[in-house]
Design a protein around this ligand. Structure first.
Ligand code: NDP
Length: 295
């Protein structure tokens, strides 16, 4: 069974991005800039934001983090986004979710200029993705990272049956739509399953490529997988484990122990899809810089 090593691929990708940033800096004197806004003190969000800023700096991009208190008014956040939309030194804007209750997440998504929406959440970007204009949109980072992994491991996709479990706007829906596109790296027949799907194993057992984005530890078991399938595990779930120092460990949506003997290739958790998400965010930021500067 082939382990699809997202940690290694993300390192390769970050080195490539770093080289591009240095090259563009030498030519134009400018560097890409990503601004991340975080509202409130959610500990998991703070870790994500710190990691994004750190990785950004590592590859030579300018990273700015704007921290706002949990009681920030929606209008203040929207005004800040409008200022960033008009700031030529900012190529990517990201508002870390979840947001406090008084702020409408969709209003925030709509406020970000689609040409700086490096998360790929704006309906204009998702719409362009659905229509197949991948060169004129930003693809949501996690599905984009999965596409990159499939490509770098030469996983055959054309004509294959891809089953995506999960239909969130940030993972499941863009993922399924990507796999449906008439591109060399996709071109699948696609089925999407969700919480109202009856008899999920009936569908997952038909998958040549199975993508699990559910948020339930070990949901996909061996009896749900076709022998030889490529299994991509998006899930990040914390489970208690007294044997570890922290008292917990991270597992995916796929029962790795059970499924790995029958799959042909698989992403581990951690070290699979996760590390790719930040790398693709930086790739999108570089892409925005290239577009804005006509490079
Ligand atoms: P959401 O909670 O937004 O969506 C989960 C999806 O799974 C929903 O469509 C839901 O169906 C479906 N689902 C839930 N329970 C079942 C069930 N019993 N049977 C079938 N379908 C079910 O999660 P996300 O898409 O944001 O994330 C999914 C997982 O991926 C999480 O573990 C998250 O932590 C992880 N993640 C990892 C990332 C990474 O970088 N590796 C990035 C983003 C997420 P319905 O729509 O009907 O409610």
């Amino acid at each position: 069974m082939l382990i699809i090593d997202g940690k290694k691929v993300s390192l390769d990708l970050k080195n490539e991005l770093k080289a591009s940033v240095e090259n563009y800096k030498a030519i134009t004197g400018k560097v890409p800039g990503l601004t991340v806004i975080i509202v409130g003190q959610d500990p998991a969000s703070q870790v994500y934001v710190r990691n994004k800023a750190k990785t950004c700096k590592e590859i030579g991009m300018i990273s700015t983090v704007i921290e706002m208190p949990a009681d920030t008014a929606e209008k203040h956040l929207l005004d800040t986004i409008h200022e960033l939309n008009n700031d030529p030194a900012v190529h990517g804007i990201l508002v870390q979710q979840p947001l406090p209750k008084q702020i409408d997440e969709f209003a925030v998504t709509l406020a970000i200029d689609p040409s700086k929406d490096v998360d790929g959440f704006h309906p204009e970007n998702l719409g362009r993705l659905v229509m197949g204009h991948l060169d004129k949109c930003f693809v949501s980072c996690t599905p984009y990272g999965i596409l990159e992994l499939l490509g770098r491991y030469n996983i055959e996709t054309k004509g294959k049956h891809c089953v995506v479990v999960g239909r969130s706007n940030i993972v499941g829906k863009p993922m399924a739509n990507l796999m449906l596109q008439k591109l060399d790296a996709t071109n699948c027949t696609v089925t999407i399953c969700h919480s109202a799907t009856q008899n999920i194993p009936f569908y997952t057992k038909q998958a040549d490529i199975l993508i699990a984005a559910i948020g339930k530890a070990g949901f996909i078991t061996a009896d749900m997988v076709k022998p030889g399938a490529v299994v991509i595990d998006v899930g990040i779930n914390r489970i208690e484990d007294p044997a570890t120092k922290s008292g917990y460990r991270l597992v995916g949506d796929v029962d790795f122990e059970g499924v790995s003997p029958i799959a042909s290739a698989m992403t581990p958790v951690p070290g699979g899809v996760g590390p790719m998400t930040i790398a693709m965010l930086l790739k999108n930021t570089l892409q925005s810089f290239q577009r804005i500067n006509g490079l």
